[in-house]
Design a protein around this ligand. Structure first.
Ligand code: FAD
Length: 555
């Protein structure tokens, strides 16, 4: 329960206009996308926040965190708040909505980084960066998301990873309100210097702060961070008309967009390696034929899947990726295009140059540069989920995509999962020639259909068995909340124990709500998850037994 005393202290610290416990306001935070991941099939999360607060600066965030510590409350930070991982994990949690902290504090052109507050969104940062001949990384969730949230707290895959990497690798100096309210600046700002490095002096804390996929609000609140920016050869202020599929704009002379299609997965993989080796391209990403049709022509897609011949004709084109070339000069553009053509020809692929279809070129070019397309994924079914997606050297994600498509096909054939031609892997390679990459398997469903929701849950459960069977790594399992570490930790060097130790060291009282990070009471968490999601019981009961045995040994 939130006491009157605690509530008035929050009001005093932030001003009454920035604190609310109005039920209708709280419900706005308790309704989330993808609640089936926590066993709720109606869009409501299991809990309502005890209150919502809107701090305006770091000092106010610290004040909220300290009030929570004093009054036995928990807190949970959020930025744009797109997804169930923003939900509060219990009854006594104060939701910290960071929307008032929305400034870009600095853009250092020479050293190519920007310092941002939590709610400065990607669209905002990109508009300012482009003016300076720079660009930022935007996750596949789109330009409405917070680059700070992705860099500090959650995954960070995106279309342009070939050039702009993934969010976790772009994090430089960071300001962090720890779970007890103390302020820590990691990297160079911690030594009173600029923001250009996220490490040192001494051991880096970036691994503790976010690790592979972030703590989802379970380790305090990040209030500022510096993010890498990357060279941009396109227009500094693009003139764009229309939205989504109607986008019209002038594509620069030295930019080109190509769809590359292969006869099999091996040549798809080989062509990708060669693109990395040749160090060409601005963006490399697989958007499958099923994904493109589902997004662009959902009604047609529904008809196509009922025609065996049409379906077969489209399915053979499933091994495809898209490449954007963004060169600095006509000479460089000609060179990159020539190399791409040669690679596709040598690997037996087909190359479609969208330069021959200007309206499509315009739509794809800005759609991908701006990451404007994500809302389209909701068109066919109403919702979607994602699975697998471990970040590994390229052969591994390619294997993941094969295992995933084979598994998903079974669910589609059973009739309760939307047919997207099964192979709907999304992702590409990162950081130029290094050739690590990711492929996450998307699946589409109608959240209003109980059968489809059930099938989506069962598919998720089946992905764990496949992951273990094929050694595919934890991927995007963060979406399951803190049971993720209990499921995958024991087969990956018991990493759950290390994460738990970090959490205990920084937050022994569990004040920073870790429902999507790590549980300090794993047996309770596993039991609750089994109750809410019986379909997961077949793995979770094994884990529960292990935890009980560990307890016995300790005694
Ligand atoms: C359609 C769609 C597509 C998506 N595609 C991608 C994708 O391609 N790549 C990808 O990485 N993700 C993707 N996501 C997942 C996710 O929405 C994003 O990674 C991320 O959440 C976007 O930023 P946000 O501002 O919405 O963050 P939020 O959703 O607000 O926050 C993300 C998490 O971080 C925590 N958090 C936020 N801010 C702070 C802070 N300042 N301090 C501490 N914790 C904080 C929150 O509690 C939450 O758990 C997608 C989601 C949707 C709905």
């Amino acid at each position: 329960m939130l006491s009157e005393d605690a509530y008035s202290q929050l009001e005093e610290a932030l001003g009454p206009e920035n604190v609310s416990r109005e039920p209708a306001v709280l419900d706005g935070y308790a309704w989330q996308a993808f609640t089936e991941l926590v066993g709720m099939r109606d869009g409501w999360t299991p809990f309502r926040p005890a209150a919502v607060v809107l701090p305006g600066n770091t000092g106010e965030v610290q004040a909220v965190v300290r009030i929570c510590n004093r009054h036995g409350l928990q807190f949970k930070a959020m930025c744009v708040g797109w997804g169930v991982w923003n939900m509060v994990g219990g009854e006594n949690v104060v939701q910290i909505d960071l929307r008032r902290m929305d400034r870009i504090l600095e853009i250092d052109e020479k050293n190519m980084y920007a310092v941002v507050e939590p709610f400065a969104i990607c669209a905002q940062l990109q508009a300012e960066a482009l003016k300076r001949g720079l660009n930022c990384h935007i996750i596949g969730g789109g330009s409405g998301t917070s680059p700070l949230a992705s860099a500090t707290s959650l995954v960070g895959y995106g279309w342009s990873g070939l050039t702009t990497s993934y969010s976790g690798r772009n994090l430089l100096g960071t300001e962090w309100v720890l779970p007890d309210g103390e302020l820590l600046r990691i990297g160079t700002p911690g030594s009173g210097l600029d923001w250009f490095s996220g490490d040192g002096p001494g051991p880096s804390l970036r691994g503790v702060a976010r690790g592979y996929c972030g703590a989802c609000g379970g380790m305090g609140v990040f209030t500022k961070c510096a993010l890498k920016l990357f060279p941009w050869s396109g227009p500094t202020q693009p003139e764009v008309d229309g939205l989504l599929l109607d986008i019209q704009t002038e594509v620069p002379q030295n930019h080109g967009f190509y769809i590359c299609v292969f006869r099999d997965l091996e040549s798809f993989a080989e062509a990708t390696y060669r693109i990395g080796d040749a160090e060409i391209g601005y963006m490399h990403c697989k958007n499958s034929i099923g994904a493109l049709l589902a997004a662009m022509a959902p009604r047609l897609m529904k008809k196509v899947v009922n025609s065996t011949a049409l379906k077969a004709a489209l399915t053979v084109q499933r091994h495809m990726f898209q490449v954007l070339i963004a060169a600095n000069s006509p000479g460089e553009f000609a060179y990159q295009r020539r190399v791409l053509k040669q690679i596709i020809s040598e690997t037996g692929g087909i190359l479609l140059d969208l330069g021959s279809a200007p309206p499509l070129l315009s739509m794809f070019w800005w759609g991908f540069v701006r990451a404007a397309m994500p809302p389209l994924i909701f068109r066919l079914g109403g919702s979607f989920g994602t699975s697998f997606g471990g970040l590994e050297s390229w052969d591994h994600p390619v294997l993941q995509s094969k295992v995933a498509a084979d598994l998903k096909r079974r669910f589609i054939e059973e009739g309760e999962m939307i047919d997207d031609l099964a192979d709907n892997a999304w992702g590409g390679i990162y950081e130029g020639s290094t050739c690590f990459g990711h492929q996450e398997e998307l699946y589409l469903y109608d959240p209003r259909s109980p059968e489809q929701m059930k099938s989506a849950e069962e598919y998720m459960a089946a992905t764990f068995e496949a992951t273990v069977e094929h050694n595919l790594g934890p991927g995007l399992g963060f979406a399951l909340g803190s049971i993720n570490a209990e499921l995958f930790g024991p087969i990956i060097f018991n990493y759950q124990n290390w994460v738990r130790r970090m959490k205990e060291t920084f937050d022994s009282g569990d004040v920073s709500d870790a429902a999507f990070y790590i549980s300090l009471d794993p047996k309770k968490t596993v039991r609750e998850a089994m109750e809410r999601q019986p379909v997961m019981s077949r793995f979770l009961s094994r884990r529960l037994k292990e935890l009980e045995e560990e307890d016995e040994i300790e005694k």
